[in-house]
Design a protein around this ligand. Sequence first.
Ligand code: AMP
Length: 289
Amino acid sequence: MMIVARTIDEFRKLRSELPSPLGFVPTMGFLHEGHIALVHQSVDENKATVVSLFVNPTQFAPTEDLANYPRNEESDFRLLEAAGANVVFAPQAEEMYADNHETWVVLDHLTRRLEGTIRPTHFQGVATVVSQLFHIVEPQSAYFGQKDAQQVLVIDRMIRDLHYPVLLRVGETVREPDGLAMSSRNTYLSPEERLAGPVLRRSLDLAEELWLEGERDAERIRKEMTDLIEQEPLARVDYVSIADTRTLDEIHVIDRKALVSIAVRIGKTRLIDNAILPPGEPLIARRQP
Ligand code: AMP
């Protein structure tokens, strides 16, 4: 039977009874098949699985969608129970961030690239809450989706820099049948906007095709991708990036593993997606903690 803990104290009491190894899947709820695939992976690889449901306020800028972020706890609990999660940790923001909270986890370089150019405080919020959650949950492995590739790289760096004894596992991006990456934010799309969604995946497919044909000039691929996205009247490009997977610095010649990532606005909704070159390469090397 799945148990829900709403306070850190409640969780810690349960934690001491859980068998090792423990897998952990952090989420902001409103769960879809992408989240559930991570839970299945954790259930397969561990003796117990903890899932957190927490809409982390510090990763939203004041102009972003914190107040409107979609929630559906009942459906989340049902899906998690069916997937085999043992404990759900669903804390209150007031407990995670006391009034006088002043400790932050800040990364120097990786967080200033890509999403960081548009959302400058986002990853400070992400790294801080994941750090808090690692201390509370004490997992042996943590599961993150490649959909948020920069987040994976930030957490991987944090685990190594702060010596967390946590193995980072990355789940591949789960997509709708037409190629749109699943996201809680897809629910914001109007029916007409939803039809424009697959343009992100099509532009990534184009990058892969060009690379497979032998194109190594990153700027040419960025340009072709941008042209393709701009043919969709409802889509506005935030960025099209081809970057080194270790530093996230933009590259000129694709002579090493690269992260192709895009952020596109469709109406008021901002969507992100990515692919790796060479196709099929893992985003990060698998390593032991
Ligand atoms: P979120 O609830 O958006 O914070 O996402 C929680 C976790 O689920 C993160 O590690 C995401 O990268 C992952 N995730 C979100 N969407 C997908 C997807 N379509 N496929 C795989 N993982 C995903």
